[in-house]
Ligand binder design. Sequence first.
Ligand SMILES: NC(=O)c1ccc[n+]([C@@H]2O[C@H](COP(=O)([O-])OP(=O)(O)OC[C@H]3O[C@@H](n4cnc5c(N)ncnc54)[C@H](O)[C@@H]3O)[C@@H](O)[C@H]2O)c1
Length: 433
Amino acid sequence: MNISIFGLGYVGAVTAGCLAELGHTIIGADVQPEKVDALNAGRSPVIEPELDDLLQKAKHDNRLRATKDAAEAVSASEVSMICVGTPSQESGRLNLAFVRKVSGQIAAAILQNGRRHMVIYRSTMLPGSTREMANEFFSDPRVCQMTQIFYCPEFLREGTAARDFREPSLMVMGTHDGSAPENAGAQTLLGGKPAMLTWEGAELIKYSCNYFHALKVGFANEIGRLCKHLGEDGSRIMDVLCTDAKLNISRYYMQPGNPFGGSCLPKDVSALKSFARMEGVSMPLLDNTLDTNQAHLAALIQLITSKEKRRIGLLGLAFKADTDDLRNSPMVAVAEMLLGRGYELHIYDPQLNLARLIGVNASEIQRRMPHLASLLRSSPREVVEKCEVIVASQKCARLDELMIAARPDHCIIDVNGWSELKMLPCKYEGACW
Ligand SMILES: NC(=O)c1ccc[n+]([C@@H]2O[C@H](COP(=O)([O-])OP(=O)(O)OC[C@H]3O[C@@H](n4cnc5c(N)ncnc54)[C@H](O)[C@@H]3O)[C@@H](O)[C@H]2O)c1
């Protein structure tokens, strides 16, 4: 396949070398003459292991050239990959000027050539950017019918980029509606079976990955600073932490849903935060961890009250399923707040037997919700029958029990990813989806 690559910086040069290695013919396009000259000479414009060899070979095999002329690059290819820079403006906002410029050039060339063309955006762009480009430059029906547009983020790391290209950590393809393209050409180009998302989803996953990486680095460094302060070896502590593949380095806890709660996380995060403060170790991520949980709780309450109904049912009150632990349960906070604002509440939690609660678990709930007994219902059906909005924070009922009482005017808010709730004959809304 003939592929034009717009932007011969880091990503563009690596993409050129690796696609040439797969047997494609590459036409590089850049506004900087030095980069165009480098590619034409079979040299890499950036320092990266393997890249000089890959480009030299491509040049030798007559499968590599570069130009400053965008129209020429599009004319000579069936696919255009956009790898131009997307720098931050002084305000921190993303600058799409380079993407916009090449999008316009590619669209004009497609119109002029009158041939089908595939456009693949690889530059990192905020959600909505690909759609913006599609609307701005490719919406002319004559261009639109000849163009397929994808957003395929790049996950390579400098220093191991060629290897990352061949063995990607993740492959994602965004289309206008999230469905897989009928012709598999674009997927084949990526060399595997990418996860399909909408343009916006694919754009968002790139930022989510980088945010997560940044968060991990920040977390490890905060733990490292605290360790050093205490005379401990931070590397060793993190090594040991990473040996736990069940809870630490795993999918566990990696689902949006309930705010965290219970007898451990809020207490321990709080204790470590005040300890670090007293020790004079700055740990801003730790400092803000309780705040982010509070913001999530506030968003949930806002979602419930936005329904403008007065009778609210809670499925699950304990901090998670299969326990009667009410200590620091987010749903207790939700219940307290709703009661305080005069809402009528009905609660079902199969694990709760107030007579059997003991210790702090009993005293805390007695203090926070002294009338809890009068709000507890013995079946999920009763809760659904009596309420207009049902908030499900746990899978604590059978679907058929809910089905009996569910009506079209009911609204069910799923806080914990219980997707079967969508089958109920009522309005469904997820907390984060
Ligand atoms: N560097 C990485 O490791 C990496 C990894 C994944 C994603 N990304 C993303 O990929 C994109 C490119 O990153 P990079 O590091 O290669 O950027 P870069 O700044 O090194 O290169 C961008 C290139 O685009 C060229 N360019 C600008 N306007 C142009 C135009 N109108 N026509 C043709 N070329 C033009 C520039 O001259 C430059 O050579 C960015 O959005 C970046 O966020 C980078």
